[in-house]
Design a protein around this ligand. Structure first.
Ligand code: 5GP
Length: 196
């Protein structure tokens, strides 16, 4: 019997600075079946970010209008800004592609409430908080105040690790990526279904 794989939706969450964005991009490079979900946000674009590629950058008014119109599968207020996943973005892609989401624990809970979605929830963590602070400073994308706010949210963020299917400690990027590859490949095998 011919079998086809169902498309999966991989959620990758972590405290800020653990390496999620790099891993997300690596997954998309390796698996051409994956599209990265491009979120909407009210935060300003960083110098290296591109509209429509990294985020859809919108004003607070536009975002609140989209909330009222029920255009999001999930959204959350994080570090004083809104972030959200539009229904259009998911619905247009899931028929043909697997999707990877770089979203926080609040969004993960909301997506998980949609029982019809085939979700695989992965949480990345570090066992070295001091190293994390250094990394946040080194990437030079936030002010001192923002770095402190992101660092402070670490303890709150990790409280939610048990909402996830897999927890991975990111000690080394390559090892971490290999573990994620294995999880994705096993999950793809498990979601094979008869194709007629
Ligand atoms: P950053 O400002 O560093 O790009 O992202 C800050 C946090 O927002 C990260 O933890 C990221 O995963 C999360 N995030 C990005 N997009 C979304 C989204 O659409 N929904 C939710 N709930 N979180 C998001």
């Amino acid at each position: 019997m011919v079998k086809a794989a169902k498309n999966i939706m991989v959620i990758l969450s972590s405290p800020s600075g653990v390496g999620k964005t790099t891993i997300t991009k690596k997954i998309q490079q390796k698996y051409t079946s994956f599209k990265i979900s491009v979120s909407h946000t009210t935060r300003s674009a960083r110098s290296n970010e591109i509209e429509g590629v990294d985020y859809h950058f919108v004003s607070r008014e536009e975002f609140e209008k989209l909330i009222k119109e029920k255009k999001f599968y999930e959204y959350a207020k994080i570090f004083d800004n809104y972030y959200g996943t539009s229904k259009k973005n998911v619905d247009e892609n899931i028929k043909e592609n697997d999707i990877i989401f770089d979203i926080d624990w609040q969004g993960t809970k909301q997506l998980a409430a949609h029982k019809n979605l085939n979700l695989l929830k992965i949480y990345l963590i570090t066992d070295n908080k001091e190293e994390l602070k250094k990394r946040l400073k080194k990437r030079n994308q936030n002010t001192e105040e923002e770095i402190n706010m992101r660092f402070k949210s670490f303890d709150e963020d990790v409280k939610h690790w048990n909402d996830y299917d897999y927890i991975i400690i990111n000690k080394n990027l390559e090892t971490c990526f290999r573990q994620i590859e294995e999880i994705i490949e096993n999950n793809k095998k498990d979601s094979l279904y008869p194709f007629t």
